[in-house]
Ligand binder design. Structure first.
Ligand SMILES: [Zn+2]
Length: 211
């Protein structure tokens, strides 16, 4: 084989291996998930959220409804409600949003709300104080069960992800969540998106952590 052929084969193999461990990234802005009791207070007894747009994860959607978050130092308006309703309300903001609100917000896995601070949510003239549930979501990858083998990851694993943005960087402490109900996407917040020059379609490559 001549050198050119060898080089092109090597390049093709490298490209395919890279593509295999590459995942698409999505950036999530601040949003709230609401439980029944909170929806009742904010929008009225028995109110049903209005779906506006499907999200990448099956069954998850952005709603028409918007709320205001009120912290000790400031407020955040026009915060989108994501559906469907949850068992417990959860408010996800970036660290920049946390500074505006004037609350120390812990980085936490979605659903792990023990010890998290509360926040006031308002809609029109209605208002409710959540006792807990304000978090900065830990960056994570939703992995469709059938992709887990190809990506060589398991549920609950912590990996790094190298992002090929305008300002490439490696995110550490990325939680892998595997489920048959997921589509494979990494989720970061707007602070993280801005840090890596994220644009729609930005991809990242999973790097296994050595023990
Ligand atoms: Zn997510």
């Amino acid at each position: 084989m001549d050198n050119e052929l060898v080089t092109s084969i090597i390049n093709e193999v490298v490209k395919r291996v890279q593509e295999e461990s590459c995942i698409e990234i999505e950036a999530s802005g601040k949003h709230v998930h609401l439980d029944r009791a909170t929806i009742d207070v904010l929008f009225g007894e028995g109110y049903q959220l209005t779906k506006a747009r499907d999200l990448s994860q099956p069954g998850q959607y952005a709603c028409k409804e918007r709320v205001t978050l009120i912290g000790p130092k400031g407020t955040l308006h026009n915060v989108v409600v994501l559906g469907p309703e949850r068992k417990e309300s959860q408010v996800e903001v970036s660290q920049t949003d946390a500074v505006v609100l004037g609350v120390q917000v812990p980085v936490s896995e979605s659903g792990k709300l023990e010890g998290t601070p509360g926040i006031i949510i308002a809609s029109g003239s209605s208002m409710i104080r959540l006792e807990r549930g304000l978090i900065a979501a830990q960056r994570h990858i939703h992995v469709k069960a059938e992709d887990a083998g190809k990506l060589n990851v398991t549920n609950g694993e912590i990996v790094q992800v190298k992002v090929y943005g305008k300002r490439p960087l490696i995110f550490d402490d990325v939680l892998v969540r595997v489920s048959a109900n997921y589509e494979t996407y990494m989720h970061i917040d707007y602070d993280e998106a801005n840090a890596c020059g994220f644009v729609k379609g930005t991809k990242g490559k999973i790097i296994k952590k050595s023990i």
